[in-house]
Design a protein around this ligand. Structure first.
Ligand code: DGP
Length: 150
């Protein structure tokens, strides 16, 4: 059982943006930029190729809607859609997921250093502080509300 299965089944907490029959989306616990979200299928497989085409298309559609909502809710200007599609590609959680990482303009240095930090500290277990949890929850609710308005 992956850590994302535990989040999907409610055994671990997360700040949810979206939930439907096929996938969920929640805030990354170690964001590379404010609003960094993950889109995760309920089906517990490691790579995109293991999903059927409708599920794969649905994940990308939700990722795209989240990006639009991040721009509306958080003021981001662009985003990275990022998939580490298997262990040899640097995947640390063996459950396929799309990162939606907002960019805010003129944030090159900050984002690059955060991405480096993110990659270096991925194996270290993280327990966000109450303040960080509250911030993730607030961002999740703002993105979720903007998705409803689309
Ligand atoms: P990847 O390296 O592509 O497998 O990215 C996995 C991401 O999952 C990484 O950015 C950190 C995030 N992550 C790991 N554990 C948890 C968790 O318990 N909760 C949340 N919300 N995110 C997590």
């Amino acid at each position: 059982m992956s850590i994302f299965d535990k989040i999907i089944s409610g055994k671990l907490p997360a700040s949810f943006i979206w939930q439907d029959d096929i996938c969920v989306a929640f805030m990354d616990i170690s964001p590379t930029s404010p609003g960094h979200a993950l889109v995760v299928p309920r089906q517990s497989v490691v790579t995109l190729a293991e999903l059927d085409k409708p599920t794969r298309n649905h994940l990308w559609d939700i990722a795209n809607r989240i990006a639009v909502a991040q721009q509306q809710a958080l003021g981001s200007k662009a985003q990275h859609f990022w998939v580490n599609d298997g262990r040899a590609a640097g995947q640390s959680v063996p459950h396929v997921h799309i990162h939606v990482m907002p960019r805010y303009g003129r944030d090159q240095f900050k984002t690059l250093s955060r991405v480096t930090w993110h990659l270096l500290t991925l194996p270290i277990p993280k327990a966000p502080s109450a303040k960080q949890r509250a911030r993730l929850e607030q961002q999740a609710q703002a993105i979720a509300a903007a998705m409803q308005d689309e």
